[in-house]
Design a protein around this ligand. Structure first.
Ligand code: 5GP
Ligand code: MG
Length: 473
């Protein structure tokens, strides 16, 4: 899971890229990078840590140009190497190529082996470099980026929202199933692409629309053009974007994430009502859900856990021990709101169960009589191969455990996960247009050893649709 952005704007872009990445920080805290092109040369800077730690005013002033791309990276185990920090930058036939990718390919090994057999070398362990290899290989054969992207879509299996900059021209494309989000916006003097609409809000840019699954968008000084490269029989938008990943104030594929979560909260009450003194959230990811639950149940919404806003997400701690320690300094219970009370605690999801168990412990230690846990996602039973850094089945608390067993293990008085039906209804898409792999164990793409419900992808002889400079929704 990562955040990506690309901007073409005559007004200069490094500060804009910085603000956009800042707005996308929730999508990745491990590292950040920016590449810009000034008409002649590529400028680049990347580093480990949060956006605000990586970039200083002097670094940003050196990132010159009117086009650029940026990336925030989510930690994935084992690959925390400096060379893996994106954007990746290449030189090819005197052209500067820079690439940023959000998603995960499932055929990385095969593709890598194919290129290595032909004598090619890799400098990273990322699947993003594979995308770059395919593109450059295809460019060397046909010369056109459009053909190269089409060849990419033929060869890549997995999720890829991608932004590429070739000598200052931006290209964005989304996999044919539209698994990861990518939107188009209008900046003051140009256009932009970004994972979430909040990046556009941060720049006072106007969100135009989402990039369509299988679509290629080209942005240069003259405007935006777009071209359909592949058409699939259905979509497979990542359901976890709505549950947890996206910021609540983002609109993704036409749906406001906050309202989905609030609606799920209401449905959680319909499915599992309880008498209690208060409803509270596990902040911040549970907040919109808890507000919905409180609305529907008419039980007052009372904050009983205060979050230290200056800490990163506990999940970013690489070891279990570090994660456990971090939970304790991250949240402080308010005993006066909990002592002898029966409380409903609402969270977005339970993954390993570590956080939930610890927090319920804190709430009980503060004197709560009953702790009723309500969860905005169905039980997470299977790994994600398409971009969410979920653990193996064995580490998932709901794997091979009933809801009652999970309840006991996290020491809740009662526990209810939202039903898949209610979740999908709250999002508002047809069930077939969502990837529910982590909840159902059935994936929208063929994955070795897993069940899949795949669909045909047709390739179209695309030509650019909208006229230069006159791009609208
Ligand atoms: P658990 O109880 O499973 O240890 O932790 C559940 C918490 O982790 C939830 O509050 C949820 O917001 C958060 N969470 C769920 N999925 C992810 C993820 O992919 N990344 C991060 N950072 N947190 C997650
Ligand atoms: Mg949380």
């Amino acid at each position: 899971m990562c955040g990506i952005v690309g901007i073409e704007d005559a007004g200069g872009i490094s500060i804009q890229l910085y603000y956009a990445l800042y707005a996308l920080q929730h999508r990745g805290q491990e590292s950040a990078g920016i590449s810009t092109f000034d008409g002649t040369s590529l400028h680049k800077f990347k580093g480990s840590g949060l956006v605000a730690d990586v970039f200083s005013p002097s670094v940003l002033s050196d990132l010159k140009g009117t086009a650029g791309i940026g990336h925030v990276r989510y930690p994935t185990t084992g690959s925390n190497l400096p060379e893996n920090i994106q954007p990746l930058n290449f030189q090819y036939q005197n052209q500067s190529i820079s690439i940023a990718h959000n998603g995960n390919l499932v055929n990385t090994c095969e593709l890598r082996a194919e290129y290595e057999r032909s004598g090619q070398i890799f400098i990273t362990t990322t699947d993003t470099e594979i995308i770059a290899k395919i593109l450059i290989n295809a460019l060397s054969n046909s010369g056109s980026v459009e053909d190269a992207v089409s060849i990419c879509m033929h060869k890549l299996v997995g999720s890829y929202a991608t932004i590429i900059m070739i000598d200052g021209v931006l290209y964005g494309f989304r996999d044919p199933l539209g698994i990861k989000p990518l939107g188009i916006g209008k900046t003051e003097h140009g256009y932009m692409l970004a994972s979430e609409s909040v990046a556009m809000d941060a720049l006072s840019a106007k969100f135009i629309r989402d990039v369509k699954p299988g679509e290629l968008v080209r942005i240069d000084a003259e405007g935006v053009r777009c071209m359909q490269v592949a058409v699939a029989g259905k979509c497979a938008h990542c359901i976890f974007e709505y549950i947890y990943f996206a910021r609540a104030d983002s609109v993704i594929d036409g749906v406001l994430v906050y309202d989905v979560r609030r609606q799920i909260g209401r449905k959680l009450h319909d499915e599992a009502p309880v008498n209690a003194d208060s409803v509270g959230a596990l902040p911040d990811s549970g907040t919109a859900y808890a507000i919905g639950y409180a609305e529907q149940s008419k039980i007052p919404y009372v904050e009983s856990l205060m979050k230290n806003r200056y800490m990163g997400r506990t999940f970013i701690m690489p070891t279990q021990k570090e994660r456990e320690k971090a939970v304790r300094i991250k949240l402080n219970p308010i005993p006066a709101h909990l002592k002898d009370k029966s409380v409903v605690l609402v969270d977005d999801s339970i993954v390993r169960g570590t956080t939930s168990k610890r927090i319920i412990g804190l709430v009980r230690d503060a004197g709560a009589r009953e702790v009723h846990v309500r969860v905005g996602s169905p039980a997470i039973k299977a790994p994600c191969y398409l971009g969410v850094d979920f653990p193996t089945r064995e580490e998932l608390i709901a794997h091979n455990r009933s809801e009652e067993e999970v309840r006991k293990s996290i020491t809740a008085t009662s526990l209810h996960h939202i039903s898949l039906e209610a979740l999908i209804e709250a999002i508002g898409f047809a069930p077939d247009d969502l990837c529910t792999g982590c909840l159902t164990g059935c994936y929208p793409l063929p994955i070795e050893g897993e069940k899949a419900k795949t669909c045909n992808v047709d390739f179209v002889d695309g030509t650019y649709q909208a006229k230069l400079g006159s791009f609208e929704a």
